[in-house]
Design a protein around this ligand. Structure first.
Ligand SMILES: *Cc1c(COP(=O)(O)O)cnc(C)c1O
Length: 412
């Protein structure tokens, strides 16, 4: 199967060379630099095919069997398949696969459970909370009264005692667990216990680890949380999008919170692509992949520690690593610029003491490419070499190109 069918068919190139050039340029960038952005992955040709399919043409407001548009009988089947696969994959009684993104899924979860002005307890933004966990620049911070718990400044581990005490003081309507930059497993049982103690809903924003959950490489929040929000495009390796999982008793509220409350027509091509990704995630190959992602992250974290980076929490349980590069003589913001110029693409992130000058890396994409522990050691040395000035930018770019050349994300 072709990687990007439209480009390979040459249709786009003939009709719109300007855009064809841009698409091919991005494919070349992804294939010649090292993708260490923890939220990214290489989705499969089958998922790309579903995304580029005529399902993109179909209007389908509502849910299967109850649409506001005619002609939905075939896309209804696609959505039913996606829902059934998601339920089976995560052991959930109900799944909503229409959320356009992770943020839309969180918005819908709040809409299902909260009223404007309600108090919500979530990981504070300076410690790795997502925008949708109370940023003043986001709907969440404007419409709800967020209280932030933190992480221990020394260990980087969620400060569960503080979280419990803030819950007792503020009696939130909902507690949110989940982060953009937390490398360890979350104690869902403890969050559930605190939520029950104060009469709060528990929302698990599992956007990052949900792919590891699918592969059995991280604990499943579904048995503990009232609603689980997730993305489908991070470790899970599906199309860009969101989903919600919950028990039967909240099913109708969640569905109505997505449509018609926060969204219009469902994106049926994306939902079909989600179904394809859920199908892939249910295979033994994906289970092996998820475990390799974690094994790679552990080796990369150890390699970075060996090079002098301060590794938050001392390591990782997941695909995600955060480090302070300061001992190498540069803070996260400067480091990201130098590394990106050298073809090592990653993000800045918050550090446990609450400033945002760390670096965040993930192993989801490089593992999809087929890299293993040996390559992780090479990558750790390259990252340190660039920041310490041992390897100049040009040589680093060449070394990166050689390394990724052996692991093309889309062979052929
Ligand atoms: C990625 C992420 C989101 C948002 O996903 P988008 O698809 O970018 O909207 C929300 N919450 C957490 C914790 C995330 O990591």
């Amino acid at each position: 199967m072709s990687v990007v069918p439209v480009i390979e068919a040459d249709v786009l190139r003939r009709q719109d060379p300007e855009l064809a050039e841009i698409l091919l340029g991005e494919l070349a960038r992804q294939s010649t630099t090292l993708q260490l952005v923890a939220a990214e992955n290489f989705t499969s040709p089958a998922v790309l095919a579903a995304l580029g399919s005529p399902l993109a043409n179909k209007y389908a407001e509502g849910y299967p069997g109850a649409r506001h548009h005619g002609g939905c009988e075939i896309v209804d089947v696609a959505e039913r398949v996606a829902v059934e696969r998601a339920k089976a994959l995560f052991g959930a009684e109900h799944a909503n696969v229409q959320a356009h993104s992770g943020s839309s899924a969180v918005l819908a979860a709040y809409a299902a459970l909260l009223r404007p002005g309600d108090t919500v307890l979530a990981l504070g933004l300076p410690y790795g909370g997502h925008l949708t966990h109370g940023s003043p620049a986001n709907f969440s911070g404007r419409w709800f009264d967020f209280v932030g718990y933190g992480v221990d400044a020394e260990t980087g581990i969620v400060d569960y005692a503080q979280m419990r005490s803030l819950a007792r003081t503020h009696r939130p309507k909902a507690i949110v667990c989940g982060s953009i930059a937390y490398p360890r497993h979350i104690d869902h049982a403890l969050f559930r216990e605190v939520a029950d103690e104060v009469g709060a809903y528990l929302i698990a924003d599992a956007a990052h680890p949900i792919g590891l959950v699918a592969g059995g490489a991280a604990p499943n929040p579904v048995p503990y949380a009232d609603i689980v929000c997730a993305t489908t495009h991070k470790v899970l390796r599906g199309p860009r999008g969101g989903m919600l999982l919950c028990g039967s008793e909240l099913a109708e509220r969640v569905d109505r919170a997505v449509f018609p409350f926060t969204q219009g027509g469902a994106q049926m091509h994306t939902i079909a692509a989600k179904a394809v990704a859920f199908g892939e995630a249910a295979t033994p190959a994906f289970t092996a992949y998820a475990h390799q992602v974690v094994a790679n992250a552990r080796v990369l974290a150890a390699g970075l520690a060996g090079e002098g980076f301060v590794v938050t929490t001392g390591g990782t349980d997941t695909h995600l690593i955060t480090v302070d590069p300061l001992p190498l003589g540069v803070d996260g913001r400067a480091a990201r610029g130098q590394l990106t110029a050298a073809g090592l693409v990653l993000d800045c992130c918050p550090l446990p003491h609450g400033d945002s000058r760390g670096l965040r890396l993930g192993t989801a994409a490089v593992t999809t490419q087929g890299m293993g522990e040996g390559e992780m050691a090479t990558i750790a040395a390259l990252l340190a070499g660039v920041l310490r000035g041992r390897v100049d930018t040009r040589r680093a770019r060449d070394e990166v190109r050689d390394l990724v050349g052996g692991f093309p994300p889309y062979p052929g």
